[in-house]
Ligand binder design. Structure first.
Ligand code: PMP
Length: 351
């Protein structure tokens, strides 16, 4: 039967997130989630939340969470934008700021959602090769462009730029919006937030999914000049005024208010990362220096795809990207010490 409507459907290659296997006995190191629970105050919010309040719409402006974030980062509340995970914030930022005929620039090996948004929103783009150490080469961004976006530290390679390098990048890209995606910044990298006062074209995007153990709650935010944030708000309010639900707003606020727990959890993940990196090196792996909650590794004598398949059989899930330049690398999320010990034991068995 002829079905002409099929020709009118949008055809697109979507982003593919890490698997979420449901079995209880697996070790899940494939989506850069935090192995520890969110701050105790979040649990308290969930326990005491009044379900009858859900009859009302949430605060479309997320005033209380914005106030908590503004205080935490020493900015003004109109410099804070909230979204349903940082993917939501980034997607809106692409639509809000990348409206030029010139291509936007981002690294050749990076967060694989960027090309998907470019495709979805018809944004021209060019990729800039990472250097031989898989780090961002800021000189590659010294050319006419319609905007710049990059993760710092980069994902999935884990390498971070210094504050000086970030400032250099901004000085050479004053005529466009520069988005720094700081999904992993809390695990030891330098944030671009201190540059917000000086650069009105800088947008810093962060998430509560990694360092605040709230991936399931979907909370992301952006910090920027009032001009950039007002533009994001206008685009969001032309699409969906209520991207943040009432529970997420309350849970996010409780998380931000517990700085001690946050710092302590980050330190634990960092300690396990360093210990695991040493153990992997002892097994012959090359481990890239990481400022994130994951390790990017390769083995000189074994195929990454084979290691990935073996670990999967052992019910240990990690991430393998069959992509140019990195198809012999594996990305391993830092779990608890016990989970990492089991990973190392399984790798010993394989080798
Ligand atoms: N940026 C980068 C670099 C990421 O790896 C991720 C996680 N997939 C995100 C943004 C989005 O995270 P979330 O939507 O959970 O905030």
């Amino acid at each position: 039967m002829d079905k002409p409507f099929l020709d009118k459907l949008r055809k697109i290659d979507p982003y593919v997130p890490g698997e979420q296997p449901q079995a209880a006995d697996i070790i899940k190191l494939n989506a850069n989630e935090n192995p520890y629970p969110p701050a105790p105050g979040v649990q308290e919010v969930l326990r005491t939340f009044d379900a009858s309040s859900l009859a009302l719409y949430p605060d479309a402006n997320g005033k209380r969470l914005k106030a908590a974030l503004a205080e935490r980062f020493d900015v003004r509340p109109p410099q804070v934008f909230l979204g349903n995970g940082s993917d939501d914030v980034l997607a809106l930022a692409f639509q809000s700021f990348f409206c030029s005929d010139k291509p936007i620039l981002y690294p050749d090996i990076t967060y694989s959602f960027y090309p998907v948004w470019c495709d979805l929103f018809s944004i021209p783009y060019e990729t800039v090769p990472l250097d031989e150490n898989f780090c961002v080469n800021i000189r590659g961004y010294d050319k006419p462009n319609g905007g710049v976006v990059l993760p710092n530290p980069n994902a999935p390679t884990g390498c971070g730029l210094s504050l000086d390098a970030l400032e250099d990048l901004l000085q050479h890209n004053a005529d466009c919006v520069v988005i720094i995606d700081e999904a992993y910044v809390d695990f030891g990298a330098q944030s671009a937030v201190p540059l917000l006062d000086k650069y009105e074209n800088l947008l810093v995007v962060q998430t509560m999914s990694k360092s605040r153990s709230l991936a399931g709650m979907r909370i992301g935010y952006a910090l920027g000049s009032e001009t950039l944030i007002a533009t994001l708000e206008a685009v969001k309010n032309s699409y969906n005024s209520y991207t943040m639900d009432a529970l997420a707003l309350a849970a996010g606020e409780a998380s931000v208010r517990d700085e001690d727990y946050f710092q302590q959890t980050c330190r634990r993940v960092i300690a396990t990362r360093e210990r695991s990196a040493d153990a992997l090196r002892a097994l012959g792996f090359t481990v890239l220096p990481s400022l994130t909650n994951f390790l990017f590794v390769t083995h000189p004598r074994k195929q990454a795809a084979d290691i990935f398949a073996f670990l999967r059989q052992e019910k240990i899930f990690i991430r393998y990207f069959k992509l140019p330049r990195i198809d012999n690398y594996l990305r391993i999320t830092v779990g608890t010490d016990e989970q990492m010990d089991r990973l190392i034991a399984a790798l010993k068995k394989f080798l």
